[in-house]
Design a protein around this ligand. Structure first.
Ligand SMILES: C[S@@+](CC[C@H](N)C(=O)[O-])C[C@H]1O[C@@H](n2cnc3c(N)ncnc32)[C@H](O)[C@@H]1O
Length: 312
């Protein structure tokens, strides 16, 4: 709340009241000097009334200022509290998701930290639900990490399926490969270092994973049941993740599902809109920590909403 500028409006008032008081004081002195006695006192009555009004006005403005200052302080405290509440609510959702994950996945090794660059627990929970629901035999993942490990455990539990994970950064490809080994999932998940290279799409140049590195023994599957898109990084180029579907849609199986992370970003929303138009897909928006979209070919049966989901 902002305080009206009383001091400015007060200045002319002070001049008027002050000037009036001085004039009355002069008149009173003049009256006494002329020997008007009591009448001079009566004549000075407006002076006393004016003084009282002036003092009251000043007290009123000062208390109003104090109230406004208190209001501002209170508003600041309430804003701080609201921010803290929303952080705690977000943290609570992630802890809740972790409980789901750890009750469904029996880890053999600690997981690296989640959130920030890595997926958030609520996205991992979504992946577990999708695998449970669709029982994919072939998962392709664009950008490796914790998602690779968690999905590996899910396929192991399912007793079927393989993951091929593309990683554009050599260092993170090694880290992800090591994670996969630490969790004894190397028979299920393969992380391939696929550096970014320029590719042409509709007359435009993009930087995307070099698919030519996908040779035997780890070729690109000709059938993808679940496509998980979490790379390349958004700041690499405008609509950074757009090439994924133009390049991989033909391999998507009839009941294939696509999930893309970071759905709260404007770029990802535009990408999903373009994919919907270009490939005739239905999208479901997942309102989790970073936002996500699940895309499917049009299907008559809607899957049960897991998180706070809404169809677009
Ligand atoms: C959004 S992250 C991928 C996260 C991955 N899907 C996961 O579950 O952890 C996209 C890319 O960021 C890079 N990356 C991963 N961890 C990182 C870190 N701690 N700092 C900087 N970049 C990182 C990797 O190259 C990765 O392909």
């Amino acid at each position: 709340m902002s305080l009206p500028n009383f001091r400015l409006t007060l200045l002319p008032k002070t001049l008027i009241v002050g000037g009036g008081l001085v004039t009355l004081l002069l008149l009173l002195s003049y009256g006494i000097w002329l020997g008007l006695g009591d009448r001079a006192l009566w004549l000075s009555l407006p002076l006393w009334i004016g003084s009282v009004l002036f003092i009251q006005l000043e007290i009123y403005y000062r208390s109003l200022e104090a109230i406004y200052r208190q209001d501002d302080k209170l508003q600041m405290i309430l804003d701080q509290q609201a921010r803290q509440d929303s952080r705690q609510t977000k943290d609570y959702y992630q802890i809740e998701a972790l409980f789901s994950i750890f009750s469904l996945v029996q880890l053999r090794h600690p997981l690296p930290p989640m959130r920030e660059w890595a997926i958030s627990p609520d996205f991992a929970k979504q992946l577990i639900a999708l695998i449970d629901q669709h029982k994919p035999e072939s998962i392709v993942e664009i950008s490796s990490g914790i998602s690779t490990v968690i999905m590996g455990y899910c396929l192991e539990k399912l007793g079927q399926g393989k993951i091929l994970s593309l990683e554009h950064d050599e260092r993170f490809a090694k880290i992800s490969q090591l994670n996969v080994q630490n969790h004894h999932l190397q028979d299920i998940a393969t992380v391939v270092y696929a550096p970014l290279k320029p590719i042409e799409l509709n007359g435009q140049t993009w930087r995307w994973y070099d698919l030519d590195v996908l040779q035997l023994p780890h070729p690109l599957p000709d059938r993808i049941d679940l496509l998980v898109i979490d790379g390349p990084p958004g700041d690499l180029q405008h609509l950074s993740r757009y090439p994924a579907l133009p390049l991989l849609f033909q391999a998507l199986s009839e009941n294939g599902v696509v999930i893309i992370d970071d759905g709260d970003r404007a770029d990802e929303q535009e990408i999903v809109q373009r994919w919907q138009q270009e490939f005739g897909l239905e999208s479901e928006r997942i309102l989790n920590e970073k936002g996500a979209f699940i895309l499917r070919r049009s299907s008559p049966i809607k899957p049960p909403a897991l998180a706070h989901a809404s169809s677009q």
